[in-house]
Design a protein around this ligand. Structure first.
Ligand SMILES: CC(C)(COP(=O)(O)OP(=O)(O)OC[C@H]1O[C@@H](n2cnc3c(N)ncnc32)[C@H](O)[C@@H]1OP(=O)(O)O)[C@@H](O)C(=O)NCCC(=O)NCCS
Length: 181
């Protein structure tokens, strides 16, 4: 059973441990170290949910990771998805599709987004294949330069019209609670 809880100040130390774990950061652009002060400052900047929304994923009573909609653009009605199963024993169990479908439902039906899209580093195979199996369109690879370094990325895209077309026919564990912003 899933519960999606809006990120709260009381979650910050757990988030900091997750966001600095090498198996999570290896394909991401986050800083390898984050101080307690960095984390509090970051939370102060995002807690209103205007351009970034984050939920702790609780599965069968345990907090197993978090998911995000970031770079929210209210003019064009787009956002970038992020899915993080941080407790490693919960990966490889097929939970990702349930998590992502709950986020798509919230993004399209509650936030009224038109498109959910984002980049994925090519070397990060699990999310790319997971998103593709869930129904995202995958494009790439494209070369990207970040901090003077070249690497390949794919983009993953899901349209609100895709959601309208498939929401009646997919089976997933609808979250018992999905705390809104
Ligand atoms: C991305 C993430 C949420 C995916 O969850 P997961 O539990 O690892 O995914 P699963 O193992 O259930 O894989 C989902 C599907 O992709 C397939 N898959 C995953 N990795 C694969 C690989 N390396 N090669 C081939 N297929 C793969 C699985 O076989 C599965 O297919 P199925 O549903 O037909 O069985 C998880 O790996 C994670 O949290 N990674 C770290 C954080 C991260 O990088 N997040 C992405 C930021 S956007």
């Amino acid at each position: 059973m899933f519960i999606f809880r809006r990120l709260a100040e009381s979650d910050l130390e757990k988030m900091r441990a997750w966001r600095t774990a090498p198996d999570i950061t290896k394909h991401l652009f986050t800083k390898p170290t984050i101080t307690k002060e960095d984390q509090i400052k970051w939370f102060e900047g995002i807690k209103d949910g205007e351009s970034y929304r984050c939920w702790i994923i609780n599965y069968d009573g345990r907090d197993i990771g978090f998911c995000t909609l970031s770079d929210i653009d209210w003019t064009n009605r787009t956002a970038d998805p992020g899915t993080f199963i941080c407790e490693a024993e919960y990966r490889g169990k097929g939970l990702v599709k349930h998590i992502v479908y709950n986020v798509l439902r919230y993004g399209f039906e509650e936030m009224n987004l038109l498109k959910i899209l984002g980049p994925i580093v090519a070397a990060n195979v699990a999310p790319r294949i997971s998103y593709e199996k869930i129904g995202f369109k995958v494009d790439g690879p494209f070369e990207e330069i970040k901090s003077g370094k070249a690497f390949d990325i794919f983009t993953v895209t899901f349209l609100s019209t895709d959601w309208e077309g498939m929401k009646g026919s997919i089976e997933y564990d609808v979250a018992k609670e999905f705390e809104g912003y």
